[in-house]
Design a protein. Structure first.
Length: 451
């Protein structure tokens, strides 16, 4: 009876939120349900574990979840998912609340649950899923997660044995979960014209998850993601992959899976792994590559990629990123580098604001800049403007290490919206791009709205 009361009241809350503020409350129904019944999700008795697919990892889990939902739905499957990125326990509960009837029965072919890496231990205790996708485990939110091996150990300690795992064949930490799996399906990306290898003094790889010896890469498609092998033990990328993205063509925005050409709606290298993961899961679900190709070509990410800030006749293109790890910064750099013509690039890798007491004072880091390769910007660069209250000079030094000169880089020790925006409009460039935390972008927009 407690479960039913929690279900009915949380459904009412979800209905009222949709009516009053549809863009809010993505986890409130779940929060309410768990206040009433601390074992709420265990009350859904008829859930088939084979229908539940967890998606976790450092980079790409939200995009992979949205793309997988889109592809499965376009292929005729009935799917429910936490598409808004509410990926902790209450968000997972909200998926079941909104996707069930008044008795708690969930009518869906697949239930997709995006899972925050640190929340996985709690969710897996309340929801018995058979399938999990691990996109990658890399540096992310160091103020919260510390070293990526900290997250890796949390997942290994709490991962049930015998799950069906969809693992990134090119990312060592992800692939190493194979020894816990009941069934493994690997996905990967072949070498392409944007593949590279690390050569600079600040560019290092990572230790083997099994023996801690250095891992070497034949090539990389992203930072520490590519065909790899351990220098000591036999751990390496598998030659037998369930799904491989091949012949990636960034000029024509195409790639192939199983000999079928796909259009890539988003063309950054790390996105290839999202495409590969989705194809891997969909192939397991019995969906042909031709259907997957047709669905992927029409995919629009929930947040999009490009935003525009208009100020005194100038248009500033802001590339969305969570500023939580260096890979998101690298994606923005790669996207800007592809755009032709001289441009002003504004970079503000500023503080990471946390409102939770355990993370006060705010965390300020410099490693994002040192883990990002800026060299590709030089081919069509006009100027770089760096801004930050605290680490502007450190960012400038990082650019110098990548070969930029004093004539190519300016900086200001400020994050004040008026100061930064007024500095930007002094430059005589029609094309302006900005890489900065969402917090700063909201400050800029608020300042502009107030006039």
């Amino acid at each position: 009876m407690r479960f039913k009361i929690a279900l009915w009241l949380s459904k009412l809350a979800a209905f009222l939120i949709r009516m009053i503020a549809p863009d809010r409350g993505t986890d409130f129904p779940g929060l309410l349900a768990y206040k009433i019944d601390k074992n709420f999700m265990l009350g859904f008795k008829d859930l088939d574990p084979e229908k539940i697919i967890f998606i976790t990892g450092t980079n790409g889990k939200s995009t992979t979840t949205n793309l997988l939902y889109h592809t499965l739905s376009q292929s005729g499957k009935k799917v429910i998912a936490n598409l808004s990125g509410s990926n902790m326990l209450n968000g997972a509960a909200t998926v079941l609340i909104t996707g069930s009837d008044m008795s708690g029965k969930v009518d869906a072919d697949y239930i997709l649950i995006e899972v925050d890496e640190r929340s996985f231990p709690y969710i897996i205790r309340h929801l018995n899923g058979k399938n999990i996708v691990i996109t990658n485990l890399m540096q992310d939110q160091v103020h919260r997660n510390g070293d990526p091996d900290f997250i890796y150990q949390i997942l290994r300690k709490n991962m049930p044995s015998g799950m069906r795992m969809f693992l990134n064949n090119d990312e060592p930490r992800s692939k190493s979960f194979e020894d816990l799996a009941g069934e493994v399906r690997y996905f990967g990306v072949s070498e392409n014209n944007l593949s590279y290898n690390k050569t600079g003094p600040y560019e290092v790889t990572l230790p083997c998850p099994y023996c801690s010896a250095p891992v070497t890469f034949e090539y990389m498609n992203s930072a520490n993601v590519g065909k790899f092998s351990c220098t000591h033990c036999n751990f390496r990328s598998s030659e037998e992959r369930s799904t491989e993205v091949e012949n990636a063509d960034f000029k024509n925005n195409t790639y192939e899976v199983g000999g079928v050409t796909h259009i890539m709606p988003y063309d950054t290298p790390i996105m290839l792994y999202n495409y590969a993961a989705v194809s891997c899961v969909c192939n397991w679900a019995g969906i042909e590559n031709e259907k997957i190709s047709a669905a992927v070509s029409g995919f629009v990410n929930i947040e999009g990629r490009d935003d525009i800030i208009e100020y005194k006749g100038k248009k500033i293109h802001y590339l969305r990123n969570k500023n939580g790890n260096p890979e998101t910064v690298q994606m923005c750099v790669d996207a800007i580098a592809k755009e032709p013509g001289e441009k002003l690039v504004v970079i503000g890798l500023c503080i990471i604001a946390e409102r939770r007491p355990q993370f006060v004072p705010h965390y300020t880091n410099t490693y994002y800049a040192y883990e990002t390769n800026f060299k590709s910007l030089r081919d069509s660069l006009g100027k770089i403007l760096v801004f930050s209250d605290y680490i502007a000079i450190d960012q400038v030094n990082r650019l110098y290490y990548d070969g930029f000169t004093e004539d190519e880089v300016d900086f200001i020790d400020s994050e004040d919206p008026q100061t930064v925006l007024d500095e930007i409009i002094k430059y005589d460039y029609d094309t302006i791009y900005m890489i900065a935390p969402l917090r700063n972008i909201k400050m800029f927009k608020s300042y502009i709205r107030k006039g």
